[in-house]
Ligand binder design. Structure first.
Ligand code: UT7
Length: 342
């Protein structure tokens, strides 16, 4: 069984907010933002919500895969900023797309969300439960950012990315129920598609990046719901990312019996250019193998990895047989990685 990404799509709102625009709101500068993060501008919702962006990205992914919405059996929307508590964002997407045969639900793992959803899709397909799964990462963090807090508001943007993940019977990589990587034995030789995945979480570190629930209303005390905003200990997240990402990538490759030299691109969560540079340094690889689009979008949370993957796909940079590592980290704290032969 070969489990592959059959098509990708992405969407970001048209409204561009530059660093200069933000310098008019908070005490910051283009120079500070660019030199500390690599961000020049970000897209901010002009009314479209998380599900709206997810629908647009999904339509493009379905078109890219040459598949109809009716063929999808499961929709997974990774987001931490759904438009409402219920129905889930995934159900809203299902309705808009007309994916009449699909079950749908959201997955919450912040910026690692797309990788968690991809792993869930992989597991459903390998088990024989579903064949075609639509995996989406979408976030509208502009809704939860405190626009008076310069230490966070300059970092984030809104955006979505999607991938159609399909299982093909036969081919190399084992049968239903047989993952490509079996414990301790590396990857099935010649296998393609999604070869291996890793997920992890460290709930003790939750407070370093959080957004308090907006539903703190309480019947007994009469407390009314209040707005919660994203808050972050930037340096702690930075330290975590530059340590954890190289570890996870090395673990992923080791368990797959692959070497970093064989990997064409590391498609990393776009959080900060300097984080990616540190990862490159620790892994002793050139930044040419770590594509970046953070300068144009900022950190789009669950949207970041699939948005970048879609750009690479559409630019024709992904050739059949290319080995890719997708990896991300985020609130939770969480992390995830995938090894894919395109
Ligand atoms: O998806 C995961 C999400 N989060 C992340 O990945 C965040 C990871 N962390 C980071 O990217 C970095 O820690 C930041 C970009 C958030 C901050 O960069 P830093 O180099 O760690 O800066 P800092 O927090 O040490 O702040 C340095 C100075 C401080 O001033 P003082 O105390 O030295 O006078 C800040 O008040 O920069 C100040 N500062 C700013 N100045 C201008 C903080 N934000 C800004 C700003 N503009 N926007």
């Amino acid at each position: 069984m070969r489990i592959k990404i059959a098509g990708t799509g992405s969407y970001a709102p048209e409204h561009v907010v530059t660093n200069e625009d933000l310098a008019g709101i908070v005490d910051t500068s283009d120079e500070w933002i660019k030199s500390r993060t690599g961000i020049s501008q970000r897209r901010i919702s002009d009314g479209i919500g998380t599900s709206g962006m997810a629908v647009k990205a999904s339509e493009r992914a379905l078109a890219n895969a040459g598949m109809k919405a009716e063929e999808i059996q499961l929709i997974l929307l990774a987001t931490s900023t759904p438009d409402c508590h219920f129905p889930s964002g995934a159900c809203q997407v299902q309705g808009e797309l007309g994916a009449v045969h699909a079950a749908a639900y959201d997955i919450s793992a912040a910026c690692s969300g797309f990788l968690f959803a991809l792993n869930t899709a992989y597991s459903f397909i390998i088990s024989g439960f579903y064949r075609n799964v639509l995996v989406i990462g979408a976030d509208c963090l502009s809704k939860v950012v405190d626009w008076s807090d310069r230490s966070t508001c300059v970092l984030f943007g809104d955006g979505a990315g999607a991938a159609v993940v399909t299982g093909e019977a036969g081919g190399q990589g084992g049968d239903f129920g047989k993952p490509c990587v079996e414990q301790g034995s590396g990857c099935v030789p010649g296998a393609s598609g999604i070869l291996h995945m890793i997920m992890g979480a460290d709930g003790w570190k939750g407070p370093v990046l959080s957004c308090e629930s907006r539903t703190v209303g309480n019947f007994l005390t009469g407390t009314k719901p209040e707005m919660g905003y994203l808050s972050m200990d930037g340096q702690e997240v930075f330290k975590f990312a530059v340590k954890k990402m190289p570890e996870v990538i090395e673990q992923l490759l080791e368990e797959s019996g692959m070497k970093l030299e064989q990997v064409k691109y590391l498609v990393l969560h776009q959080a900060n250019y300097r984080i990616s540079e540190s990862i490159a340094k620790r892994l002793k690889i050139s930044m040419e193998r770590i594509p970046m689009n953070i300068s144009r979008y900022g950190n789009t949370s669950a949207g970041s990895v699939p948005l970048l993957l879609d750009e690479l796909n559409r630019e024709g940079k992904l050739k059949e047989g290319d080995l890719l590592v997708l990896a991300g980290f985020g609130a939770g704290l969480t992390w995830g990685a995938a090894l894919i032969r395109w």
